[in-house]
Design a binder for this molecule. Structure first.
Ligand code: NAI
Ligand code: CS2
Length: 487
């Protein structure tokens, strides 16, 4: 079989020219999805290219992605990243992956044994917001989450990422091995703190002493991760084939921009990702908040209102002056005032950069993709800033329109009467609420009263109910495009 590992690739492709045999699986990564390939995988590769680093990654997918892992193995764990700018594309083959595992292919025990190997110093994660099994509004472990219930009943055969981590740490403790650092790379506000709280609570429910050992020995650095990496499509894979000269089912396309700010709090060793441009800082939280509110908050705003307005991609919304201006105002007037940034941070320059990144016509980032899992995303992207405006008595109509857009979207019917494929871990309960109201403004207080998404001080606040209801009514009466243009 010809593939990326035994084929001469087109000359323009950057290759991992270092000796890959020196790499060891010192990182086990949970979540070999689109983002990790174009972000942590690429950073770790660049460190190996520019230094004598021996840091390699064992990739694990706990949910789905078996075919991806099989393909990765068939090509010696090499894969392509295509960085697509507005005018040109850079293509790199990534060599940082040393091996891969999947519980469906290799068994649960093999994954836990790998995580318990002595050389493993970091377990990192890109498992999506829902992977933390936490209540989205509070960030605390959701004890009723079916995965949590199953894993507490059978801790040695876990299903959730939390269950795997706790079981692997237990094995390490029992064998007298040093613990590993748990590093979340998900878009979750204070991702390290959320991971820590969920893992400690889960461990304590299982075994009080194990929980205490984890608390005393494991660190959970927060990270701010940024790079727009749309899901792979047939078009992007065909384009990669064209660019490298051979098929790569693990290839992924992304934007040229990348950023990684990491809290320097590792219990064991770590790669020097700063060689590849990452920043190690003492406190990541302000950067996380800035990115989640300004980038992700306006992304969700554009995803719901853009989808309803008939725009399939974020770059399509940027061709509409109403959406473009509203997104900038959402960033500068709704989100930026709620932030508490280090002196010298230029939020207007950041907003301008974000609008340019959203405009990149080479990146086909679907509004439908970003609209996914809204129940998990809305609280972190809009909840904190909404609270700020309530405290200050200031204008928050952009946030109200974004939340109304989400409510209109989860009704499951678009403005032309076609079905919307709503993907969300809370889809069933959202559907139940929406079906009992139809597309009617009475759904607004009903959805706002879901405490797992909206804390009571937001969800029951008459000012919020009024503002979201008025935006929702405008969506019914005038449609998304006119509502956005009127903001
Ligand atoms: P993806 O859909 O390509 O991959 C999702 C990954 O999560 C898969 O590896 C899957 O196995 C795993 N997963 C799903 N549900 C899980 C669960 N309940 N428990 C454990 N693992 C689970 O998505 P992609 O693009 O890789 O994004 C993943 C996450 O990375 C996002 O949710 C976000 O938090 C973060 N991220 C993504 C960016 C992007 O532009 N794609 C940029 C910045 C962060
Ligand atoms: C997006 C993010 O899918 C989404 O919800 O908002 O994945 C976004 O592309 C990244 O956070 C950019 O770093």
């Amino acid at each position: 079989m010809t593939n990326i590992s035994n084929q001469t690739l087109n000359k323009s492709v950057s290759l991992p020219t270092y000796d890959r045999s020196r790499l060891k699986s010192r990182i086990v990564h949970l979540g070999f999805g689109a983002f990790h390939r174009a972000h942590q995988g690429l950073f770790t590769d660049e460190v190996a290219l520019k230094s004598e680093s021996d840091w390699g990654i064992c990739e694990v997918n706990l949910f789905g992605g078996e075919a991806l892992i099989t393909s990765l193995r068939e090509q010696d764990h090499l894969y392509t990243v295509a960085e697509k700018g507005a005018e040109s594309t850079d293509v790199k083959v990534i060599g940082a992956v040393t091996e891969s595992l999947h519980p469906e292919l290799d068994g649960v025990g093999a994954v836990i044994e790998k995580m318990a190997e002595p050389q493993v110093a970091i377990v990192s994660m890109t498992i999506t917001e829902k992977g933390y099994c936490a209540d989205p509004a509070t960030g605390r472990l959701d004890k009723n989450n079916p995965l949590v219930v199953a894993d507490l009943a059978e801790p040695t055969a876990p299903k959730s990422a939390l269950g795997y981590i706790v079981q692997a740490l237990k094995v390490r403790r029992d064998r007298g091995l040093a613990p590993f650092t748990v590093m979340s790379c998900d878009n979750v506000q204070e991702n390290g703190h959320v991971a820590k709280a969920a893992i400690l609570e889960f461990a304590r429910l299982q075994d009080e002493e194990l929980g205490a050992w984890i608390e005393a020995n494991v660190t959970f650095p927060c990270t701010m991760v940024d790079r727009i990496v749309p899901a792979a499509t047939k078009e992007t894979l065909d384009e990669i084939t064209e660019l490298i000269g051979v098929e790569d089912p693990c290839g992924i396309a992304c934007e040229p921009f990348r950023q990684w700010v990491i809290e320097d709090n590792f219990v064991a060793d770590r790669p020097d990702w700063s060689i590849a441009g990452a920043e190690f800082v003492a406190d990541v939280v302000p950067y996380e908040e800035m990115k989640l509110r300004m980038l992700n908050g306006s992304h969700s705003f554009l995803a719901y209102l853009g989808y309803l307005g008939g725009y399939a991609h974020i770059s399509d919304t940027m061709t509409d002056e109403g959406y473009r201006k509203a997104a900038f105002d959402m960033m500068m007037k709704a989100q930026a005032p709620s932030l508490n940034m280090p002196a010298g941070t230029d939020l207007e320059a950041y907003a301008t950069l974000l609008i340019n990144r959203f405009t990149n016509p080479s990146l086909k980032h679907q509004t439908w993709q970003i609209a996914m899992d809204g129940s998990q995303k809305i609280p972190q992207r809009m909840g904190g800033s909404l609270k700020h405006h309530l405290e200050q008595g200031s204008e928050f109509k952009w946030l109200a329109a974004g939340i109304a857009g989400w409510m209109r979207y989860v009704s499951g019917v678009d403005e032309k009467g076609s079905d919307i494929d709503v993907r969300d871990p809370m889809a069933a309960s959202l559907r139940e609420v929406c079906e009992s109201h139809g597309v009617n403004v009475s759904v607004v207080p009903a959805l706002l009263s879901i405490e797992a998404i909206f804390p009571v001080e937001i969800g029951l606040n008459p000012i919020v109910i009024d503002a979201v209801s008025s935006a929702y009514q405008s969506l019914i009466d005038n449609g998304a495009k006119a509502t956005v243009a009127s903001l």
